[in-house]
Design a protein around this ligand. Structure first.
Ligand code: PEP
Ligand code: MN
Length: 368
């Protein structure tokens, strides 16, 4: 094991609280020269906080480049010692987690293909038990918020104090413009569940295409993300993995310089007042909306009583279609998106049916 000269857990814990935190580096460590050249160029941008590199690559199909393995950990030690740049790698099992600790790797992340598997996450949690190392947890490949939550809980239970989330999007079948669809609402929900954990965006794996990275990164910054992990390579076109989505260190610098970094709070009194006044109106509308929906449900229950008295079915597909078409049109006239109307009407209709079911079958245990 080589001596680790710059590991200092105070510094790394402070570093991971930095906003925006920028993690950059190649998808995979390929050769010593590629790792050191990329790290040198990234270090010179002055914008990169942590250097990433994949050592063991989880490939969906066999036969692709599967990573250099343990040898590359020595190259990362060189990066730390030469450029004073802390390093982060992906770990997918206990052996890899233990090697990360042994080689003084500063931080680790759990990849999307690992977060889906509670056995693997637990194995990593056990290996890292009580260790003083930041752990970033990517969302699982499938849009299952409970798996993501469970992975965070397993790492928390291992006594890891410095935990972050990485939003890298979710797999979808078929041709899509993005490699992994963001499903922003799931990232918003995980932040509601863990409000104290920093969340960073991985626009490289969301887009799969370097030209789309700025757009996705800007959206994340607009949503108050705490930073980004971006794949950068000294020669992206010849990269051994994910060539289409990697950028040169120079391109990374351009992206970082053109993003509008927004703040989550305003200082100016006048703007604070203006926002408070508008937010007051929103709160009032929310109350009115709920009162109206509650009135609507009372009518639904009334209809339920009439249906019950005359043995009429709860669901009347034609009537539902009529309501849906009418509301969709109204929504369009009022400037509301079809997607919103779909969610809204589905929720309203289901709640109406639930209300009528309670009237019709007050004693059964199964609500709709
Ligand atoms: C990666 O970061 O190189 C990687 C394999 O990502 P993901 O787990 O998001 O697919
Ligand atoms: Mn990659």
């Amino acid at each position: 094991m080589l001596e680790n000269t710059i590991k200092n857990s105070d510094t790394i814990a402070n570093l991971t609280k930095k906003k925006p935190l920028i993690i950059a580096g190649p998808c995979s460590a390929e050769t010593r020269e590629q790792v050191l050249e990329t790290a040198g160029l990234l270090s010179r941008t002055g914008k990169v906080d942590l250097f990433r590199a994949g050592i063991w690559k989880p490939r969906t199909r066999p036969g692709n480049f599967e990573g250099v393995g343990e040898t590359a950990l020595e190259w990362l030690q060189e990066v730390k010692n030469t450029y004073q740049l802390p390093v982060i790698i992906e770990v997918a099992n206990s052996r890899q987690a233990l090697l990360a600790l042994e080689y003084g790797i500063d931080a680790v992340w759990i990849g999307a293909r690992t977060t889906v598997n509670p056995f693997s996450v637990q194995e990593i949690a056990d290996a890292l038990q009580g260790a003083d190392i930041p752990v970033y947890i990517k969302n699982p490949v499938n849009p299952d918020i409970e798996l993501w939550t469970g992975a965070v809980e397993r790492i928390q239970q291992a006594g890891i104090r410095d935990i972050g989330l990485i939003h890298r999007g979710f797999s979808s079948y078929g041709n899509a413009r993005l490699r992994n669809v963001p499903m922003w609402h799931l990232a918003i929900e995980i932040r509601r569940r863990f409000p104290d954990l920093p969340v960073i965006i991985d626009p490289s794996h969301i887009t799969g295409n370097r030209t789309l990275i700025p757009e996705i990164l800007q959206k994340a910054i607009d949503l108050d993300y705490d930073g980004a992990i971006i794949e950068a390579h000294c020669s992206p076109a010849t990269a051994w993995s994910d060539a289409a989505q990697q950028v040169t260190p120079g391109e990374l610098l351009d992206i970082i310089n053109t993003i509008i970094w927004r703040k989550d709070q305003v200082q100016e009194e006048k703007i604070i007042e203006q926002l408070e006044q508008l937010r007051g109106q929103i709160d009032q509308y929310d109350r009115q909306l709920l009162e109206l929906i509650s009135n609507r449900m009372q009518i639904s229950r009334e209809i339920g009583r009439v249906k019950k008295a005359h043995n009429v079915t709860i669901l009347q597909t034609r009537r539902w279609q009529y309501i849906y078409d009418r509301v969709k049109l109204l929504g369009q006239q009022l400037g509301l998106s079809d997607e919103f109307i779909n969610h809204y009407m589905e929720a309203i209709h289901l709640e109406s049916i639930r209300n009528q079911d309670i009237i019709m079958n007050p004693k059964d245990d199964f609500s709709i």
